[in-house]
Design a protein around this ligand. Structure first.
Ligand code: AMP
Ligand code: MG
Length: 339
């Protein structure tokens, strides 16, 4: 369903994106759920000699020795989600005990998910394509969807979708229509990208994101921003929007959190390992975004600290620096024209 993100080739030289294989090229972002710290509570404002850390460590050891059936039984007794593969269940149970024990130790009610950002905005662009996209194929965005997650209530707070009229090559390939379900009539009736971007900015502003509320973007892989949006901005002769410079790549966060091997990470496997099924039509941008949001919500409920982990810096895809992880995106603004 989503292996294409490894298949799409880079644009030619006039579009400044990093070549190569999505997040293969990136080093692991040490700021996001680092392996060595994964099972231990965060040390900030804490003293690791506190007895609670020993208790958590003992509980983790016991959980590591549990069979899949024992894990399922325990999760069910605790009225927690019993779906997913063994590693997912282990992580869920560990997170539960960690939260519970720390809540007792700090007299916190332990109910709130880790909410660094008030909102996380999931984006999954659809773009023009051909079968086995040629190396120099220039993708134009044809669907711009967003799904907004409220990280406090763990609910979907709103959705946005606009189709986009491609300008360089206005005729969609049969392959593209079949893949995305987006028809020629739909894009003919749509507005060009700069106008759709304006609408998207307005929608984000109305939600008071970046002003009243702290927010960031989240995508499935790095391509949505580093490739599709970057390339589209070059084509539309507008600057890359500052508010979309950093984002959470959910594949990296998922891999680090549930300890899943790199090769297995794509939307269909992320869902399957959580015991969830894809809902809707694969390659519909809005349905893809909704399903990505379901994975993100499950991770937040399982105790994952979702943090910005990638960025476009000087036109190149790089891991986000540690200091940026806790920062929200700036207020949305329409970018100016390129000179
Ligand atoms: P996705 O988010 O998986 O729907 O993919 C985003 C975009 O990548 C699509 O709109 C297409 O432009 C391109 N794409 C996805 N899958 C393929 C594929 N199998 N072959 C060529 N391009 C693809
Ligand atoms: Mg998609």
């Amino acid at each position: 369903m989503d292996d294409h993100k490894e298949n799409i080739h880079s644009a030619d030289g006039n579009v400044n994106v990093s070549n190569g294989d999505d997040d293969n090229k990136l080093k692991e972002d040490s700021t996001v759920c680092p392996k060595e710290k994964e099972d231990a509570p965060r040390a900030s404002n804490s003293d690791f000699s506190h007895a609670v850390y020993k208790e958590i460590s003992l509980a983790n050891g016991q959980i590591n020795r549990m069979s899949k059936e024992e894990l399922r039984l325990k999760l069910s007794q605790l009225k927690l989600d019993t779906r997913g593969v063994k590693d997912v269940m282990k992580k869920r149970l560990k997170s539960h005990y960690k939260k519970q024990k720390l809540a007792v130790a700090t007299a916190d009610d332990g109910q709130q998910a880790d909410a660094c950002y008030d909102y996380i905005c999931v984006v999954d662009f659809e773009a023009t394509c051909e079968e086995d996209n040629p190396r120099d194929f220039v993708h134009e965005i044809i669907e711009f969807p967003m799904v907004l997650i409220n990280t406090r209530t763990l609910e979907i707070a709103g959705t946005f979708r606009e189709y986009v009229k491609p300008e360089l090559c206005s005729k969609l390939s049969d392959f593209c229509v079949k893949l995305t379900g987006i028809t020629q009539e739909t894009v003919n009736a749509a507005q060009p990208f700069p106008l759709v971007l304006k609408q998207a900015v307005k929608w984000l502003e109305e939600k008071e994101l970046g002003t009243r509320y702290k927010y960031t973007f989240l995508t499935d892989g790095a391509w949505d921003m580093s490739k599709f949006l970057n390339m589209q901005c070059c084509l539309s002769q507008i600057r890359y929007p500052a508010f979309a410079r950093r984002w959470i790549n959910i594949r990296k966060a998922y891999r680090n959190f549930y300890k899943v091997p790199h090769s297995q990470i794509k939307l269909s496997t992320m869902l399957a390992k959580l015991g969830l099924q894809y809902e809707g039509r694969p390659h519909s941008g809005l349905d893809d975004s909704r399903n990505i949001a379901r994975v993100a919500l499950r991770m937040l409920r399982d105790g994952c600290r979702l943090r910005v982990n990638e960025q476009l810096h000087g036109g190149l895809l790089t891991p986000a620096p540690a200091w940026a992880a806790e920062e929200g995106a700036p207020p949305p603004r329409c970018p100016g024209n390129r000179r």
